[in-house]
Design a protein around this ligand. Structure first.
Ligand code: THU
Length: 125
């Protein structure tokens, strides 16, 4: 699947974000090695600290259905391009350090990088 199609899937998913507190919807689309795509959105909670980012929702959906090899993740939000938070970088690094990350916005602009570039010298057990 090409970059633009995966970004389109992330942006489409964004419509289902549950972001009543930040009013900052985020969408993600994760491409597995077998060609399947899992989407995610940020799911916020009124109790501070219980919200989940779109990237982790997509990743956990995929893992919970037996997927363990990932090639590319797109994330979009209404900024110049959407940057995964530090917590997501750590979680993504554990499962797919070499994965490509597409950081986009709804207008179609994006930056292409990798988990390793976003989190150099990462902690791992
Ligand atoms: N957020 C994400 O879901 N992914 C990112 O890459 C950046 C931030 C969420 C967290 C929170 O629900 C909202 O965006 C910003 O406060």
């Amino acid at each position: 699947m090409d970059d633009r199609e995966l970004l389109r899937r992330a942006n489409e998913a964004r419509a289902d974000a549950h972001a009543p507190y930040s009013r900052f919807p985020v969408g993600a689309a994760l491409l597995c090695d077998d060609g399947t795509v899992y989407t995610g959105v940020n799911v916020e909670n009124g109790v501070n600290g219980l919200s989940l980012c779109a990237e982790r929702v997509a990743l956990f959906k995929a893992i919970s259905e037996g997927k363990h090899r990932f090639s590319k993740l797109a994330v979009t939000c209404a900024s110049d391009h959407c940057r995964p938070c530090g917590a997501c970088r750590q979680v993504l690094h554990e499962h797919a350090p070499e994965m490509v990350i597409l950081m986009g916005n709804p207008a179609g602009a994006f930056v292409r990088t990798t988990v390793r570039e976003l989190l150099p010298d990462a902690f791992s057990l």
